[in-house]
Design a protein around this ligand. Structure first.
Ligand code: ASP
Ligand code: MG
Length: 410
């Protein structure tokens, strides 16, 4: 009998009415002759509400107690769904993370799954019981409750699917799949039927809204088949697959836009060994993640260095660099928060040349100036002025042949 893991996100279990619809979907899958394991999130907004409550007591709640609190969100939905299924005369049983033997490390608030025993899940499934597991939670080796980081129930689902060797891990969410671009920016964006794990990891801005990135890393590592689909429709969503079985294999699968970075430039930096380390070590020590870096051509022993950081770390990074600039005798430090990083991604790039050239000439044709460039094996990114971000996404979407076919009005 096929074994299917279905994960429902917060918006899919937002009320008792929503939970009833989830139960119907689960029951239907079961009636079609599948064994079903359900993994749940908390009701939409509940985790945030619990965090806010804890913060009213103290700005820095102890992480271990916070995990005990946050785990209640998923405990609630798991119990409610199991009750609903039973009321519909289906055999169902809810399990908390520790009962499902989700063993994690001790990193409270952001724990990693070390192992999933799943013997209890397997026993129940063998008796044709629908198992409802509270996502987002596990326990460390001492039995303390842990949580897996925000959005972590996706990772619970993928990990459980791997542990029980499920035939499919279906992630039900409020979007119906992965698109070639954000449909809010680009009306001609199309839904993709297959996307490779690597593409999903590279297009974090398209993907991260849909899936916790860690779940994709897990799925890739263990080759877990994942189907991202909407709980509000019957339509097929997007399958995450490995590169070799990615049927669509376009040169470029999508265009993304990230407005969450800011850039910092140090002007007229002495061009000497050790300078880059002086500039970047204090930023790293402050836990700030640097993304792109460029160093301009030198003149008279001086060089300009520009890099990007997340916008939320911008002020801290600027302060650090002002001190560094004084120390290394750089002339000045500028910051710019009004930038956007536009990326085109596709595994097909590995075997096709000219993608970068097409990207640059397409942006040039509409007079968009490129401020920075970076590449990976399957992605090319350009930083542009924020005002031009949407235009850049649209022209690139067209240039790479991603626009959906226009239907003639009937
Ligand atoms: N309830 C948790 C959160 O809001 C986990 C999840 O929804 O995946 O982050
Ligand atoms: Mg989520």
């Amino acid at each position: 009998m096929p074994l299917i893991v279905q994960k429902y996100g917060g918006t899919s279990v937002a009320s008792l009415e929503h939970i009833r619809r989830v139960a119907e979907r689960v029951a239907k899958t079961y009636d079609q002759g599948n064994d079903v394991i359900v993994v749940l999130s908390a009701m939409a907004g509940v985790t945030d509400g619990l965090i806010n409550m804890a913060r009213k007591i103290t700005e820095t709640p102890e992480k271990q107690e916070l995990d005990v609190l946050l785990a209640t969100g998923e405990q609630t939905t798991a119990a409610l769904l199991a009750m609903t299924l039973k009321a519909m005369n289906y055999p169902a049983k809810s399990l908390l993370g520790f009962q499902a033997e989700v063993l994690t490390d001790r990193a409270f608030g952001n724990a990693r799954i070390m192992d999933i025993g799943a013997s209890r899940i397997k026993d129940l499934v063998a008796r044709r019981t629908i198992v409802v597991v509270a996502g987002f939670q596990g326990a460390d080796a001492d039995g303390n409750i842990t949580t897996l980081g925000r959005g972590g129930s996706d990772t619970s689902a993928v990990a459980i699917a791997f542990a029980v060797k499920a035939d499919m891990c279906e992630i039900y969410t409020d979007v119906d799949g992965i698109y070639t671009a954000d449909p809010g920016i680009c009306k001609k964006a199309r839904k993709l039927y297959t996307v490779s794990y690597d593409e999903m990891l590279e297009t974090a801005s398209l993907g991260a809204k849909v899936l916790q990135i860690r779940s994709v890393e897990f799925a890739k590592k263990y080759n877990v088949p994942v189907h991202v689909r909407s709980s509000f429709s019957e339509e097929e969503g997007t399958m995450l697959v490995n590169e070799a079985t990615n049927m669509e294999q376009p040169v470029v699968m999508g265009v993304t836009c990230n407005k969450n970075e800011a850039r910092i430039t140090l002007k007229n930096v002495p061009d000497q060994p050790g300078i880059a380390s002086k500039i970047f070590s204090p930023v790293a020590e402050a836990g700030i993640v640097v993304d792109m870096i460029i160093q301009n051509t030198r003149s008279e022993g001086l060089t300009d260095l520009t890099f990007t950081v997340p916008k939320i770390s911008f002020k801290d990074a600027m302060e650090i660099e002002k001190k560094v600039a004084a120390e290394i005798k750089a002339e000045d430090v500028f910051g710019d928060e009004n930038i956007a990083k536009i990326s085109v991604t596709g595994v097909g790039m590995k075997s096709h040349s000219g993608v970068a050239a097409t990207m640059f000439s397409t942006l040039a044709a509409v007079n968009i100036n490129i401020l920075m460039i970076s590449t990976s094996e399957i992605r090319i990114s350009c930083v542009v002025e924020e005002n031009y971000a949407e235009l850049a996404v649209r022209v690139l979407h067209t240039a790479f042949g991603l626009d959906k076919e226009e239907h003639a009005p009937v």
